[in-house]
Design a protein around this ligand. Structure first.
Ligand code: F3S
Length: 390
């Protein structure tokens, strides 16, 4: 295997002159780069670290974090954790879990990671086209690569943390232009402008299975950014799609000429998407996977105004987005729905108390059964509100 070229200063770090943690972190980056054939490390402008919920990292993950001793050198935030930090009692999180979750948070804070816990970091500090990043959460990676045109692989927790503490990541995969070309064409029929965020989530649910780990180029759809977010999140869940293009909508599909001759072409019909919208009796409703945008919070508020929910109705968003939409969130909560920051329906242990959960997300449709042990039903946000309030 070809060695990764290092810059002046890196040799010192590898020799342990800046402490054991930085030495360990650079060793991780060099090992990843060697395995994946990177010839160098590339500076990153931001990092998103997964492995933040105690539900997913457990005792050993916490012990590993607590032995580290260094500070992030680039802006770095966290993926959602297992509870809303300010409202965990209200959400029904067990005190023992909360204590362990707080220890995880404290460990990350000591490492200089900002305590912003979201899978939508682009609503807080949007990267620019062409920026190199080291992000972890699959929907955030998909959004950064596809909707913004930034460049990131899907980092594991240790690789992302190492990038935060060193400021670089191995330059391979989606950091290189030659790996960003479409590998399959997906022609969609019957999905017009009226198609909802949930329909795009359902399309992504199907398309992820069809594309597998290939980069698709979609034709026949004109989604806005909320719909692109839903499409990419679901494809990253049912497939391993970390980058996709949409003709006429995503930046590289507009700026780069892609030669699609010779690529497999797959057709998806509207009826296949509609078939996923089955009617199942649910005992809770959860939206905000990925975390809600300001526009999605406003839509939920408009639909819930004057209503009272009769089933638990969870809405998840980044704390920063909630703070910017305080009046909207207060208005939503008058209905009995709850808008929680920091966590989500998949990583919070609270959702395991339900047997069937309604969502408006293709990603949640895929993850809720395995992660929460509940049946999942997908519907539009209008249907979610209707089911919760009737
Ligand atoms: Fe985000 Fe949780 Fe969905 S991390 S993408 S809301 S599963």
């Amino acid at each position: 295997m070809k060695p990764v070229d290092l810059e002046p200063g890196d040799e010192e770090i590898l020799a342990g002159e800046q402490g054991e943690t930085k030495q360990e972190m650079l060793e991780i980056l060099v090992a990843l780069g060697t395995v994946f054939g990177a010839d160098r490390l590339v500076p990153v402008t931001s990092v998103q670290v997964s492995g933040a919920s105690y539900k997913t990292i457990g005792k050993y993950g916490l012990e590993w974090l607590e032995h580290l001793d260094a500070r992030a050198v680039v802006p770095a935030i966290l993926n959602p954790i297992g509870m809303p930090r300010g409202r965990w009692q209200e959400m029904g999180v067990e005190p023992d879990f909360a204590k362990k979750q707080q220890a995880v948070i404290a460990a990350y804070e000591r490492l200089g990671i900002r305590l912003e816990c979201t899978c939508t970091p682009y609503y807080l500090h949007a990267p620019e086209y062409g920026d190199h990043l080291a992000w972890s959460e699959s929907s955030a990676v998909s959004y950064a690569n596809s909707v913004i045109g930034a460049r990131t692989n899907r980092e594991g927790g240790p690789g992302a943390l190492a990038a935060a503490l060193i400021g670089k990541t191995p330059c391979y995969g989606f950091h290189l232009s030659q790996n960003r070309k479409p590998q399959v064409v997906i022609e969609v029929h019957g999905v017009g402008r009226e198609a909802s965020v949930a329909h795009y989530g359902a399309l992504g649910y199907l398309a992820g299975k069809l594309a597998g780990n290939r980069t698709p180029l979609f034709c026949g759809i004109r989604p806005d950014r909320d719909r692109l977010k839903a499409l990419g999140a679901a494809m990253a869940a049912t497939g391993a799609v970390a980058l996709y293009h949409v003709k006429g909508a995503t930046p590289e599909a507009r700026l780069v000429h892609f030669d699609t001759s010779g690529l497999e072409k797959i057709e998806v019909e509207r009826q296949e998407i509609d078939r996923l919208f089955s009617e199942i009796h649910v005992d809770a409703v959860a939206v905000g996977c990925p975390h809600c945008s300001s526009g999605e919070l406003k839509t939920a508020d408009r639909l819930l105004r004057g209503k009272k929910v009769k089933k638990p109705f969870y809405i998840f968003a980044a704390q920063d987005v909630i703070s910017r939409n305080r009046r909207t969130v207060d208005s939503i909560e008058k209905s009995g729905a709850r808008v929680y920051a920091d966590t989500c329906m998949v990583v919070s242990p609270v959702m395991e108390r339900y047997t069937a959960i309604m969502v408006n997300s293709g990603k949640a449709l895929s993850y809720v059964p395995g992660m929460c042990g509940a049946v999942a039903r997908i519907g539009t946000i209008e249907e979610c509100v209707e089911v919760a309030s009737s």
